[in-house]
Design a protein around this ligand. Structure first.
Ligand code: CAA
Length: 262
C-alpha cells in the first residue's frame, strides 16, 4: 500500500526485523489529520500481521514528532461532525490494539495529539531537543486522545495538572525526570538508538513480549490484584510455549537461546 502522510520501511538484519513508520507532513509539523491517522493505523496493522516483524518504531522529523491534531482540519467542526465523523477518535485506538512492542522516537515537538500518540506507545525515547506538552487549553479546548488520563498516570497528578492547565511545554530532561520518557539521547543518534533497542527486542521471545506488554498495560489500567492475577496467569501460560523450554534450556546449557516465537 502506498501512503502520502507517512513513510514505512523495514530495518534490521536478523530473523525478525523492525517496522519503521515516519510521520511525514513536514510543512504542518506532522499535524495529525484523518488521512495520516488512517495511514498510521493501516501501517501498524500491516506490521502487526507480518511475522517477520518483531517490533515497531514510530518517529517524526528533527523539528517535530507531531505538533498535535491538525487545527486547520478541525477549527470549524460542529459538535455532530466531531461526534460522528470520528476525526479525533478515528484509529487512535489502533495503536493500543497492536500486541508487538511499539517505540516512539521523539525529536522536537510532541504536543497535544502528538504527545498523546507518544504516550500510547510502549517506550518513549527522546532526543535532547524533544518538547512535550498538552497545549489544548490555549485553543479553548481539552486533549481528546487520552492526554488527561495518560499524562497523570505517567508523571503524577501535580505535574500533569500544571502542564494541562497552563499548556506549557516540558523539555526532554524534565520529561525523563518525571517518568514520561525512558531515556534521553543526543538528537543526532535518536533513530539509531531506537533501532538498537528494537533490534534487542527482536531477538527475544514473541509470546513473552506480548504478554509482558499486556501485563504492564493491565497494571496501568486496572487495580493491583487484577494486574497480579493477570500476570500469574500469563506466567503460567508461557509454560505451554516452545520459547520457554528453549530459553530455560539455553540458560542451563550456557548458550544463547534460539527463539521461534511460539
Ligand atoms: N495543526 C495544523 N497546523 C499546524 C499545527 C497543528 N497542530 N502545528 C503547526 N502547524 C503548522 C503551522 O500552522 C505552520 O503552518 P504555515 O507555515 O502554513 O503557517 C507550520 O505548521 C509551522 O508552524 P509554526 O510556524 O507555528 O512553527 P513554530 O516553530 O513557530 O511553532 C509550534 C511551533 C510551537 C509547535 C506551533 O506550531 C504550535 O503551537 N502549534 C500548535 C500546537 C498545538 O496547539 N497542538 C494541539 C492541537 S489540538 C490537539 O492535539 C487535540 C487532541 O488532543 C487530539
Amino acid at each position: 500500500m502506498s501512503y502520502e502522510c507517512i513513510l514505512t520501511e523495514v530495518r534490521g538484519e536478523g530473523a525478525r526485523k523492525t517496522g519503521l513508520i515516519t510521520l511525514n507532513r513536514p510543512k504542518q509539523l506532522n499535524a495529525l489529520n484523518g488521512q495520516l491517522m488512517d495511514e498510521l493505523g493501516a501501517a501498524l496493522l500491516a506490521f502487526e500481521a507480518d511475522e517477520g516483524i518483531g517490533c515497531i518504531v514510530i518517529t517524526g522529523s528533527e523539528k517535530a514528532f507531531a505538533a498535535g491534531a491538525d487545527i486547520a482540519a478541525m477549527a470549524t467542526l460542529g459538535y455532530m461532525e466531531a461526534y460522528t465523523g470520528g476525526f479525533i477518535t478515528r484509529n487512535w485506538e489502533t495503536i493500543r490494539q497492536v500486541r508487538k512492542p511499539v517505540i516512539a522516537a521523539v525529536a522536537g515537538f510532541a504536543l497535544g495529539g502528538g504527545n498523546e500518540l507518544a504516550m500510547m506507545c510502549d517506550i518513549i525515547l527522546a532526543a535532547d531537543t524533544a518538547k512535550f506538552g498538552q497545549p489544548e487549553i490555549k485553543l479553548g479546548t481539552i486533549p481528546g486522545a487520552g492526554g488527561t488520563q495518560r499524562l497523570p498516570r505517567a508523571v503524577g497528578k501535580a505535574k500533569a495538572m500544571e502542564l494541562l492547565l497552563t499548556g506549557r511545554m516540558m523539555g526532554a530532561e524534565e520529561a525523563e525526570r518525571a517518568g514520561l520518557v525512558a531515556r534521553v539521547v543526543p538528537a543526532a543518534s535518536l533513530l539509531d538508538e531506537a533501532l538498537a533497542v528494537a533490534a534487542q527486542i527482536n531477538e527475544l521471545s514473541g509470546p513473552s513480549l506480548m504478554m509482558i506488554k499486556e501485563c504492564v498495560n493491565e497494571a496501568y489500567e486496572s487495580g493491583l490484584s487484577t494486574g497480579v492475577r493477570t500476570e500469574r496467569h500469563m506466567f503460567q501460560s508461557l509454560f505451554g510455549t516452545e520459547d520457554q523450554r528453549e530459553g530455560m534450556a539455553a540458560f542451563l546449557e550456557k548458550r544463547k537461546p534460539a527463539f521461534r516465537h511460539r
